[in-house]
Write a protein that binds this ligand. Sequence first.
Ligand SMILES: [Zn+2]
Length: 386
Amino acid sequence: MTSPAPASVSIDPVDLAQALIRRPSVTPADEGAMDLLQRQLDALGFTCRRMKFGEIENLYARRGTARPNLCFAGHTDVVPVGDDAAWTAGPFEAQIRDGVLYGRGAVDMKSAIAAFVSAVGKTPEHPGSISFLITGDEEGVAEDGTVKVVEALAAEGEIIDHCIVGEPTSASLLGDMVKIGRRGSINAWITVEGQQGHVAYPHRAANPIPMLVTILSRLQSRVLDEGYEGFQPSNLEVTTIDVGNTATNVIPSTARARVNIRFNPAHRGKDLQAWIETECASAAEDFKARAEVMCKISGEAFLTKVGPFTDVIVAAVEEATGRAPELSTTGGTSDARFIRSLCPVVEFGLVGSTMHQVDERVPVQEIRDLAKAYEALIRRYFAAFA
Ligand SMILES: [Zn+2]
């Protein structure tokens, strides 16, 4: 006797996306979004584990125990709605008008989660395992989300072989872009302490501004690189200079600035941090003043090499959308920066043009096409790797 093959389950990804959008899960709130998702996955035969860190809901769900383990990663949290009154309908109503779904999270990225759940419903039989790594803390400080789940899974010896992140990566048409890497990011806060005084008696004061300007000019003048294997050149931007001096006859005591560097894999965050610290120390010596630097590395750069895994994704996207996606490394950081320590990771999702905006929206047909692409991805993945 053989047990009957599990039946394919039809889950409408648009219905599910609407249900998720109606849970107003603005980081760090969850509002039942994770429960809703877990109920769907329980019914599809997944073993669900809630991993709560701080006040953040996280979910790791797996169907199957064998390898390879293909993981879908994403987030149920959304950014704030901004000016509520500027929306043409309530941002959590999930209205469909003229075939377009409106709502916070429609693009980034509740619809992609719904599309993958739908794809998994259509592919009940597969070798290996399918898993979901879903966090409620991607849009916020991202300290109790994917980074902690990844640490916990690694400590347990849980193996994920490949990961697809459902962030909105398409540029103008669904399937025109897949992301295979991301630049890293570092912020540096620089404070120069001088001595306040009267502008007419500069010998009795120490103006911190010339020193700050010198530091910024030295930082700005270095060409970090000319690009790296498909990455844009690394770039440093001065994002603010603050003195806050309202008087015309006072030399201020303190001057502050902040810089951000988006860097490709030619650099590591800690090397850039050391460079910024060295420049500040050397200027402090030249000016005989004090400079303090505080750096925060929000993510290292990474690149997933073009190979069998990216081939599977490209073929699946082409099958479902008719488009050959560009393999890109542009844009901001994402949770892929944490997952890359576990396994190769590629990102593919909807068109991102309205994400984080008022009237965030997606044509419902694109959600259905994304579900088809994910379904093709699951089939092709296990054909190639199992
Ligand atoms: Zn996102």
